[in-house]
Ligand binder design. Sequence first.
Ligand code: ZN
Length: 209
Amino acid sequence: MHIELTELLRCPEPHEQDPLVLSTGEMVGRMVRTGLVGCPVCHKEYPIVKGVVRFSGRGTRETGNVGGVGGTAPVSRFPSPADPQTIQALLDLSGPGGYVVLVGSATRHAEGLAGLMGGIHFVGTNPPPDAEELPVLSLVECATIVPLRQSIARGVVVGAELARAPWIAEAQRVLLRGRRLVIEDAGAALPDGVTKLAAGHGLLVGEKR
Ligand SMILES: [Zn+2]
C-alpha cells in the first residue's frame, strides 16, 4: 500500500469515520509492505501483509444482497475484451493526479492504464490472488465494503464477477460526483445516483450525479 493512501482508508465497521492510524513495519520506497492499520473508534487492527491491507479477508465470497442496495446478479457474464485505451476513454480520464479504484478482476487494468497516463494512483479492491502491488497500485481486501472514504475516486472500474451488490453501490459511494463508473458487465444494474451513459461490448458506463 502506498503510504499516502492511509488518509483515504476507512474502517469497515458501521460507526462514525475517523482517519485510521498507520504503524509501518517494512517499507519499500513509499510502499508499506508490512504494518498495521488501526481504527481509533472501534480499536480494531488490520494487518498489512506483503503490501496488501487485509480488512476482513478476501471479499469474493458470495454474500447475497444484504443491505438492501437493490442489485441482482445478471443472467449472464462475458469475459471483457476491454483494453486500457477503451477503459481510459470511458472513464474520461484526462490529466494526472488523484485515485482510480479497480474492483475485483478490474485490478488487471492498473498497469495498462498507468502506462497511458502517469500521476494517477490505482487502488485494487479484492484483487485476483495473483495480483502484485506496484508503485502505482495499492491493494486492499475487504469482504463487506470498498474500505475507502466517500467520494475520493476520479473513476471506478468494477470487474464482471463483482458486478452485483454490495460492490456496485460501494463503487458509487467512493466515486467523486460528476465522475465515471465502468462495470465490466453490460447487463448489470447501475446503483442509485448514477446516470447511464452507454452500454455495449460487455461494458456499462455511468456518471455519478
Ligand atoms: Zn472501526
